[in-house]
Design a protein around this ligand. Structure first.
Ligand code: PNS
Length: 165
């Protein structure tokens, strides 16, 4: 049996917590497609193509069975298009759980054949989020513990590295 999974998210931008989940999932599934949501109603810091490219550079060492692509619309439709039986989501702390449970149950209602698999991030990334990394980078703080090196570079370029006082 081939186990296929999608790992959907906004990834604006990918953090070390996301990468940790992608790495764990890549060891569990025969094929993993990281889906980057293109939501025309949101104004992300990085355009959809930039987010996809950054993730590709971050997951390059995970193997050929890991792919990255943009998607629009429902996650369950994205999963079905790929014949995936699983949606992977990361949990950093208990505070993530309520919203994730609601999403997982909604997705189950829409597509009963697709299950959500939750993976815990490593303890050291429990506080990491894309929003926090953007805020720290915006004020010239060090984001090297929060995001992969290529993302830290992209953040500095986009937000301008300001000297710290
Ligand atoms: O990285 P995020 O922002 O926490 O990811 C949220 C995401 C993209 C997984 C979620 O918003 C989503 O699945 N959006 C697609 C629309 C959809 O399927 N909605 C119904 C399930 S909540």
């Amino acid at each position: 049996m081939t186990r296929l999974a999608v790992f959907p998210g906004s990834f604006d931008p990918m953090t070390n917590a996301h990468l940790d989940v992608a790495r764990r999932a890549s060891g569990l599934f025969d094929r993993l497609v990281i889906g980057v949501l293109h939501n025309p109603k949101k104004q992300p810091l990085f355009e959809i193509d930039e987010r996809v490219e950054l993730i590709r550079r971050c997951v390059g060492d995970l193997g050929d069975h890991v792919a990255v692509e943009a998607f629009e619309g429902l996650t369950v439709d994205f999963a079905r298009r790929h014949g995936a039986a699983f949606i992977v989501r990361g949990l950093r702390a208990v505070s993530d759980f309520e919203a994730e449970l609601q999403m997982a149950l909604t997705n189950r209602k829409l597509a009963p054949e697709v299950d959500t698999a939750f993976l815990m991030t490593a303890l050291e990334y429990g506080y990491v989020s894309s929003s926090l990394a953007k805020e720290v980078a915006r004020f010239g703080g060090d984001v090297s513990a929060m995001v992969p090196t290529v993302v830290a570079g992209a953040l500095a370029e986009r937000l301008g590295a300001r000297p710290r006082v």
